[in-house]
Write a protein that binds this ligand. Structure first.
Ligand SMILES: [Zn+2]
Length: 102
């Protein structure tokens, strides 16, 4: 009777550790997947996948995508831009893109 119980206990323990191991492997796989996605996407446009190019707009370094025209601002860049010229920088940005006509 004790032997059967011990065996059952051992089996349950094994199952527990097997499941724990399995969860660890899944987590590692997920992390590896995330890491490789990040590596592939580094410096790439999240919208179209084109390689983004750095540019300077009003003294603030930005990243621009030549594929779709998207522009990426760093966490502080929009604040810096807004402080530089809080009235019209946005306006000038679009006018500048169309050429200095007026
Ligand atoms: Zn793009």
């Amino acid at each position: 009777m004790t032997n059967a119980w011990d065996e059952r206990k051992k089996a349950l323990e094994n199952e527990f550790f097997h499941r724990l191991e399995q969860e660890k492997i899944e987590k590692m796989k997920e992390e590896a997947r995330e890491q490789s996605i990040r590596q592939v996407c580094l410096g790439r446009c999240p919208k179209c996948g084109e390689a983004i190019v750095p540019m300077i707009f009003r003294g603030v370094p930005l990243d621009k995508c030549p594929g779709c025209g998207g522009v990426w601002l760093g966490p502080k860049d929009i604040q810096i831009l807004a402080e530089k010229d809080h009235r019209t920088w946005f306006d000038k940005w679009f006018r500048g893109e169309e050429g200095e006509g007026e």
